[in-house]
Design a protein around this ligand. Sequence first.
Ligand code: UDP
Ligand code: MG
Length: 311
Amino acid sequence: MKQIDILVPCYNEEAVLPQFYERTCAVIDSLPDYAFTFIFVNDGSRDRTLPILRQLHEKDARVAYVSLSRNFGKEAAMLAGMDYAEGDALVIMDADLQDPPELLPDMIAWWEKGYRDVSARRRHREGETFFKKWSSHVYYRLLKKLSPVPVQEDVGDFRLLDKRCVKALCSLRECQRYTKGLFCWIGFEKKEILFDRPPRAAGKTKWNYWKLFNLAIDGITSFTTAPLRIAAFAGCFFAFVAAIYLIFIVLRTLLYGEDVPGYPSLISLILFIGGVQFTFMGILGEYVGRIYNESKGRPPYIVGESTKEKK
Ligand code: UDP
Ligand code: MG
């Protein structure tokens, strides 16, 4: 019998966990040809998430949990779950029922047909602001242009991964993870199925614009050094324009002598060049910061307690 693990990162999900468990169990009970196990990763929740997980584990032998020592973020929580997964396939699902478990049979069917990475693509994005949809669209277009590996748009972390993919993902140990990009980076045969993403069943979203913005920067800096190249090209361009302007000014002064001092043009040019320099220094800093963070070689997460042995 093939074994399928269901990986669920949970951060303050007391309001939805029982519902999630009930609904997912109903689905997996209808698939008797597979042995399912749950791997819940408690990402340093401050509510009753961990006690609920302990209860579920006592009640149901299929439930395992890994509890991180503090909140490490969803990216690290997913890696922790993958490190503990032993099945032939792994399904990553959010705890808030935004990833409907009813899609499981379909995903498994495609996996059986030979696809190694079956992801669910959002058909519509309900319950999200116009600004969020628009900014995400623009961001993915930009990332696709800049990055050498194609990143899937409108595809979240909800997917079924073959054990080969899981092994590949576990071998990538970077701390500032952008898992969405890593899924594409590892390759393998991919299949996208469409679904309508419902709003959160209960509880509150853990994301805010600041976190999303940071993830977006991680996405770019971990997959492409194109901004550095753009900065270099732009630097050359400004230097070239400045050189031509210099020649022009010298010639004009030689031919016509000095007239009114060009204070406004001078100050605006200084401000402009200064702004450009700061921007490029910031870009450079982003990459240096990444090197610094990764060079410390810290593990991406620390486990507090778990019911499972690491494989
Ligand atoms: N999550 C996590 N650690 C965090 C933030 C979120 O493990 O620091 C989990 C959360 O419990 C949920 C999933 O990641 O299962 C998606 O989070 P959420 O629903 O808040 O994000 P959204 O769907 O709004 O993008
Ligand atoms: Mg959600």
